[in-house]
Design a protein around this ligand. Structure first.
Ligand SMILES: Cc1cc2nc3c(=O)[nH]c(=O)nc-3n(C[C@H](O)[C@H](O)[C@H](O)COP(=O)(O)O)c2cc1C
Length: 134
């Protein structure tokens, strides 16, 4: 099984876990880096701006990254901010929307499973299923 761990870490905790997990289960790693860092001069400012960004469900622009399109599984690691998913992860998920985590049924095999007609993915009109046969 081809797996990828995608993570965001501001202070290193998630990074440590992601690296250990990758070592143990033998996966590739992708670290997400926002173009504008959430690191601030004071702890208060860090919690304020980071918390606000998380609560506002912001999707900050990321440094360029590449992922192959043939992973069987993508594991996502992130710290919780203000009870929310961390903003860089929100960006990644929206840029790489997959039927398995949106519930959108664009795969033939999911269509069969759900008993629904085939539909193209709403963002690019393509089917992302590697088993897809038009
Ligand atoms: C802006 C901000 C908001 C946070 N909000 C929460 C929270 O709501 N709940 C929580 O348990 N921890 C919260 N934390 C703590 C982090 O989730 C925790 O320290 C995490 O291990 C940091 O991971 P990292 O080292 O990979 O950045 C917050 C930290 C920051 C910087």
């Amino acid at each position: 099984m081809k797996r990828l761990i995608v993570y965001y870490s501001l202070e290193g905790n998630t990074e440590y876990i992601a690296e250990k997990l990758a070592e143990n289960i033998g996966t590739e790693l992708l670290k997400l880096i926002p173009k504008k860092s959430y690191q601030q001069k004071s702890t208060f400012a860090k919690y304020f701006w980071g918390g606000k960004s998380a609560v506002m469900a912001e999707k900050p622009e990321l440094e360029p990254y590449k992922i192959a399109d043939d992973y069987d599984e993508i594991i996502i690691g992130f710290p919780v901010w203000a009870g929310n998913i961390t903003p860089p992860i929100r960006t990644f998920v929206s840029e790489n929307e997959q039927p398995s985590y949106t519930g959108y049924k664009s795969h033939k095999h999911l269509d069969r499973y759900a008993g629904e007609p085939h539909q193209e993915h709403p963002q690019d009109g393509r089917c992302h299923c590697k088993d897809h046969r038009p």
